[in-house]
Structures are given as structure tokens and as C-alpha cells.
Ligand binder design. Structure first.
Ligand SMILES: [Fe+2]
Length: 249
């Protein structure tokens, strides 16, 4: 399998490319609209054709590139069925493997950051979206977020995976790329070292995070599988502008 971890700097989002060498088909997990041209360039350089985009959840900090990539390449839009997006071609559900050209993803419903949030297990690695970040986790104060649900998602589903499972999150803000279930059980300051539900609730209730800058534009745009508003204020325009294509591939 061809595998790339691609970074989008405006929202510090990781997009994951999974490609099958034999058929030339590819999946992009959590593609971002502002890095879409870069992603297309990487696919082209690798000789891959995009078959699916697959989002972990309805993002509040960026616009998904799902719809624009569909327009550009004919790819299908896969998203959690839970969110009932009219624009999705495929609704993923826990217990129903999502398969493309022998690449088999096991969808895991991991609510708490949003109620419809999914993680995707691929053999010895798991794409955890915003449910589990490197020494962190997604916030639980918007989009039907729920600290109790996130605690259960992480401790009962993700921490139940083998310790050596590699954890690829949807974001990192400190130039870290990957972690493991064992590392997070040990080092995650919110959920590691056997933190109790009570402790986690307290931590999440006292984060004092600012109101998310882009949420009022991103959520409606993402419920349409990735539509950029036309009337963005100047300070937010960068969320919808193409970043320059990377010289490497
Ligand atoms: Fe998110």
C-alpha cells in the first residue's frame, strides 16, 4: 500500500493518502479544500486515481475538499452515515468494513468530539480524527460534543486496540506526526495513566478555549460536503485559498 501523511498548515490538519499500487486507486482521509491542488499533485506524481474521499467527522476548523475533489476527479464521497449528509455517496457504519482495492478500513464510531465522529482502523494503524490526538483530544463543547462519550470512545474502543497500533490523528499543532496506543495510554495528559471519568470531565470543563474562529462557516459548508462561503471576511479568506503546491511528492 502507498501511504502518505500530508499537512495542511492553516488548520494544522493531517490528510492521509492510501493508495493501491496494483489498481492505482486511492482514498484520501480528511482532505482540506485549501490543500486540494497539492493533494491532486501528489496523487498525480504517484500515478494514483482518487476513488474515495472519507471524512472522520463534520469538521469545524476547515472545509473538507470532498465535493471539489469529486468534481475534479469523479471520486465518491464517503462519510459517517450517522450524519445523514445528503451529499455523501457512501455512508460508513461501525461493523461494516469499508473496502477499496483490498485496502480494508474498519469504521469505529468514536463520538464525543462530535456525535457522529468516526475513527478508521487499518490493520496496525488507526486514523483517530479528533477523538484522540497526540497527547491530547478534540474539544467536546460544540457539535453535540460530550466529554463522557469521548471518554468511553477512547478508553473502551481506542485503548482496547493492541498497544503497538500506530495512531494517526487529524491534527497536530507541534510538528508531531504519529503516536501509538501504548504511548497515549502512558503519556496522554487527559486520558492516560488510567484517568477516571471524573478527572476527564473536570479537565474538559476547564479548558477555557476560545470560540472556534471558523466554525460558523465550516459546519454549514461541511454539511454540504465542502462548500466555501462566498462572503468570508478578510481574516478568514485563507481557509478557502489554495496553498501553493509542494515541490516534493
Ligand atoms: Fe474536529
Amino acid at each position: 500500500m502507498i501511504f502518505r501523511q500530508l499537512f495542511e498548515p492553516v488548520s494544522s490538519t493531517y490528510t492521509y493518502l492510501l493508495g493501491d499500487e496494483q489498481t492505482g486507486q486511492a482514498i484520501l482521509i480528511d482532505p482540506v479544500i485549501s490543500s486540494m491542488e497539492r493533494d491532486l499533485d501528489v496523487l498525480h506524481r504517484l500515478g494514483l486515481r482518487l476513488a474515495y474521499t472519507l471524512d472522520t467527522h463534520i469538521h469545524a476548523d476547515h472545509i473538507t475538499a470532498a465535493l471539489e475533489l469529486k468534481r475534479a476527479t469523479g471520486s465518491k464521497i464517503a462519510a459517517p452515515a450517522f450524519d445523514r449528509l445528503a451529499c455523501a455517496d457512501v455512508g460508513v457504519e461501525e461493523g461494516k468494513p469499508f473496502e477499496m482495492a483490498g485496502i480494508l478500513l474498519q469504521p469505529l464510531h468514536t463520538p464525543g468530539h462530535t456525535d457522529g465522529h468516526f475513527s478508521y482502523l487499518l490493520g496496525d494503524r488507526v486514523f483517530t480524527g479528533d477523538a484522540l490526538l497526540i497527547e491530547g483530544c478534540g474539544r467536546t463543547d460544540f457539535q453535540n460534543g460530550d466529554a463522557d462519550a469521548l471518554y468511553r470512545s477512547v478508553t473502551e474502543k481506542l485503548f482496547a486496540l493492541p498497544d503497538e497500533t500506530l495512531v494517526y490523528p487529524a491534527h497536530d499543532y507541534k510538528e508531531r506526526f504519529v503516536t501509538s496506543i501504548a504511548q497515549e495510554k502512558l503519556r496522554n495528559p487527559r486520558l492516560g495513566k488510567g484517568k477516571s471519568l471524573e478527572e476527564f470531565r473536570n479537565i474538559m470543563a476547564n479548558l477555557n478555549l476560545p470560540y472556534p474562529t471558523f466554525i460558523d462557516h465550516a459546519v454549514p459548508g461541511n454539511r454540504q460536503c465542502g462548500v466555501c462561503p462566498t462572503d468570508l471576511p478578510d481574516k478568514l479568506v485563507r481557509y478557502c485559498q489554495q496553498m501553493s503546491a509542494s515541490p516534493q511528492g
